[in-house]
Design a protein around this ligand. Structure first.
Ligand code: SAM
Length: 216
């Protein structure tokens, strides 16, 4: 890619940030991170010209990279602080995890699809993004690394997996889309104490299904 192409991509990224602001994203930290992570690196080159539109794209294996608005919305809800330990379910292309990492979070990301897991792990290493990636069923979490300050589930499940509730630190936040296979409501859970959880229901989204033992 030439220097001119790089300027063009940065320009398109700046436009995307303006679109996200118009759609209600207000967190400067989130907008800054999304301004600096080149989304076009995470996509097949056939989508190069559209990489900075607010659109979800196929990433292979019947899966998608989420809309930038969805990434911005979920990341904002997590209220990321530097050095937060974050568990992501559904590594996919690695874009969401890389935005979190850019914000200073230590990211642990699980993907259940072996092809995507291997492809994305290789890409993240090449591109220099520092994510800890795991192959497995994310509905079971990663008990060996728990507790997590933040948990983000990037696929839609029928309920909130029990293991993820248990692995959330006291004071921690989890965002997860929950519903049927067509529409899910974004839920934010705050763990107030060992026993007490607060639940907020936000707007509707449409995600690929969260598969696995405590999923579909
Ligand atoms: N966060 C991703 C990104 O930035 O590209 C987008 C994720 S895509 C919408 C959802 C991903 O969740 C898919 O890659 C899918 O294979 C994965 N997935 C579904 N169920 C899962 C599970 N139980 N554990 C781990 N990954 C899962």
């Amino acid at each position: 890619m030439t220097l001119e192409d790089n300027f063009r991509q940065q320009g398109l990224r700046n436009q995307l940030i303006e679109t996200l602001k118009q759609k209600g994203i207000t967190s400067d930290a989130v907008l800054e991170a999304m301004k600096s992570v080149p989304r076009h690196w995470f996509l097949d080159t056939v989508f190069l010209e559209k990489a900075y539109e607010d659109v979800a794209f196929p990433i292979g294996e019947d899966q998608t990279i989420s809309h930038p608005f969805t990434v911005a919305f979920m990341t904002s809800l997590l209220e990321i602080k530097k050095r937060d330990k974050v568990l992501e379910i559904g590594t996919g292309s690695g874009y969401q995890g890389s935005v979190l990492s850019k914000m200073g979070a230590k990211v642990y990301s699980i993907e259940r699809n072996k092809v995507l897991y291997s492809k994305t792990k290789k890409f993240l290493n090449l591109a220099g993004f520092q994510l800890n990636t795991f192959l497995g069923d994310g509905t079971l979490g990663l008990p060996q690394y728990a507790p997590f300050d933040k948990i983000i589930v990037t696929a839609g499940g029928p309920n909130i997996p029990q293991a993820l509730m248990e692995q959330l630190a006291v004071g921690g936040l989890m965002v997860i889309p929950v519903g049927d296979k067509n529409t899910q409501k974004m839920i934010r859970i705050t763990r107030v104490s060992a026993q007490e959880f607060q639940r907020e229901e936000l707007q509707d989204f449409r995600f690929v299904p969260l598969l696995g033992e405590d999923g579909w």
